[in-house]
Ligand binder design. Structure first.
Ligand code: F6P
Length: 533
């Protein structure tokens, strides 16, 4: 198969890059007074403004031609139609069916998807109502005041983000806590001060084999059993997993095991039973509103013309900066404290999906794929890395995410979001500094090059619906990138080796096995860990 970089559409887009690389953002705006409108689109309560990126209309058009050449929207339809596009695991990728009913009207492994989704939702609602109603839990008669969610990666990041974004202190319902790391410090902090009799523990793991999650679950069980006895402790465990057999063997009763289907990847699973802690925190109706917001974005992704398709537009500009500008990262700055975990969530979504170097046929790629995704909420990030953004030696794209909630200090928050993007565009040259009587010796140090690209995403408030739409937008953004890059975004073989080596090293660190087979550095570190040097 012809390499992507040798195809007509790629070469044409690359030609547009070569022809426009020297044009600044300010020149682009000067050339087209309608640029802001031309590069702004809205759907499902989310507005994206891509006008502060370096693409001319013709360059963007060439990127659409690349999408057409790679049949991105055809692949979309295959995904939505339940085809096994996760080729290395021979599975469909049907996370959309978890929230968009009409996309669940298909059968996988002999089971109607929508029926299975509805059944799990009903069981979630039962558990949520039992906890939020304040009724005694099980035979041990404790009213649940605290829910501890144990999971990691996709079994943690989505629910954690959604709980932070949507729940407010003091509102009805239990307090929800999250434990992910195997470092006991996290679970010790969570369990300190919790009343075991009023605590429910959710063990979330698609495989029910993740080292961190099982270690934390064992520790939680030990705490509850020592306080309540085995029987009462066992009543307080709920499992969310694709391996009910393992959860049962571990000791979770069938009526408290919620299934995860094979056709949902971990980082795409917020909309499944993995969302249980969100429903516990804010109620089942608001969890379903979260899913409805994602469904609105799904319908937009399915139905909107390519040129108005928000996920596709974002993906094409991402590819422009990754493959033509060769920016090795993208910075995420959500201007909302309640979205402080969004960079972490997007790190897994984008880098675990598209951090690949072979195509869907196993051919090694001769082009870049997922950049590094990092960031921090604004305005905090302005006091951490905005010096780098404004005057550093790297010109990288930055996503500014703002939430439209006018009034009070949120006007100032928005002023920072929009003002920083404007400053990154305009910069400040030495002539301006001269006119401001800045000493000549200081002007080089105080000048800012500007011409630094940003994309602004503006949410119409922060509601379950807009959060759902934002996250679904990014799932589809990642998918569109992957289809252009000809990679499979739904597997994650790259996480295996590190896990295996870590597991093999535990007995060595404990002195139960010899370190001879390990590299010299690891042997030295083992010796230091064991205090023998
Ligand atoms: O990071 C690797 C990974 O497999 C993720 O894809 C997944 O979300 C996470 O570990 C947790 O896996 P599980 O839900 O099976 O515990």
């Amino acid at each position: 198969m012809t390499s992507l970089t040798a195809t007509p559409a790629w070469r044409d887009a690359a030609g547009h890059y070569d022809a426009t690389a020297g044009i600044t953002l300010e020149e682009l705006f000067a050339a087209d007074p309608q640029r802001a409108e031309r590069f702004t689109r809205s759907a499902a309560g989310v507005t994206i403004d891509q006008s502060k990126t370096h693409l001319t209309p013709a360059a963007l058009a060439s990127m659409f031609e690349l999408a057409y050449q790679e049949d991105v929207l055809g692949w979309r339809d295959r995904m939505l139609g339940g085809e096994r596009i996760n080729s290395t695991e021979d599975r469909p990728a049907l996370h959309v069916a978890l929230r968009t009913p009409e996309l669940g009207r298909l059968t996988v492994e002999g089971q109607r998807v929508d029926t299975a989704v509805d059944a799990v939702r009903a069981r979630m609602r039962e558990l949520v109502d039992a906890v939020r109603s304040g009724h005694p839990w099980g035979a041990s008669a404790g009213v649940i005041t605290d829910v501890v969610h144990i999971g990691i990666g996709g079994s943690d990041l989505g629910p954690r983000l959604a709980c932070e974004a949507l729940s407010s202190p003091g509102e009805d319902g239990p307090r929800v806590h999250f434990i992910a790391n195997i470092d006991p410090a996290e679970r010790d902090a969570v369990f300190a001060g919790l009343d075991s009799a009023r605590t429910l523990v959710i063990v979330a793991s698609k495989t029910f084999s993740t080292l961190e999650t099982l270690a934390n679950a064992r520790a939680a069980h030990g705490l509850l059993a020592s306080a309540l006895g085995e029987a009462a402790a066992a009543e307080r465990f709920v499992a969310i997993t694709g391996r009910a057999d393992r959860a049962r063997e571990w000791g979770v009763a069938d009526e408290r095991i919620l299934p995860l289907p094979d056709w949902v990847g971990g980082r795409y699973s917020l909309w499944s039973a993995i969302g249980l802690p969100v429903a516990m925190a804010v109620g089942m109706d608001r969890f379903e509103a979260l899913c409805a917001g994602a469904a609105a974005m799904d319908r937009h992704f399915r139905d909107a013309p390519a040129e108005d398709n928000l996920p596709l537009r974002l993906a094409l500009v991402d590819i422009w900066y990754t493959n033509f500008v060769a920016a090795g990262c993208r910075v995420i700055v959500p201007y909302a404290h309640r979205l402080r975990s969004l960079p972490h969530y997007l790190q897994q979504l984008e880098m675990e999906s598209n951090g690949k170097s072979v195509d869907r046929h196993g051919q090694t790629l001769d082009y870049a794929t997922a950049p590094a995704i990092w960031g921090q909420q604004g305005t905090n990030g302005q006091h951490a890395f905005f010096q780098w953004l404004h005057q550093g030696s790297w010109r990288v794209p930055c996503d500014i995410i703002a939430v439209r909630e006018p009034g009070g200090d949120r006007d100032a928050l928005a002023a920072n979001a929009f003002g920083q993007a404007a400053a990154l565009l305009a910069g400040r040259d030495q002539e301006t500094l001269r006119r401001a009587d800045v000493p000549e010796s200081l002007r080089p140090h105080r000048a800012m090059p500007g011409d630094r690209p940003t994309t602004t995403l503006l949410l119409d408030g922060l509601t379950p619906e807009t959060l759902g739409a934002l996250l679904a937008l990014h799932e589809h953004r990642v998918f569109c990138q992957a289809m252009v890059w000809r990679i499979n975004p739904f597997d994650q073989w790259g996480v295996e080796l590190g896990k295996e080596r870590a597991g093999a090293l535990v007995p060595v660190l404990r002195g139960e096995e010899d370190a001879a087979e390990w590299d010299g550095s690891t042997r030295g570190l083992v010796a230091r860990w064991r205090g023998s040097v």
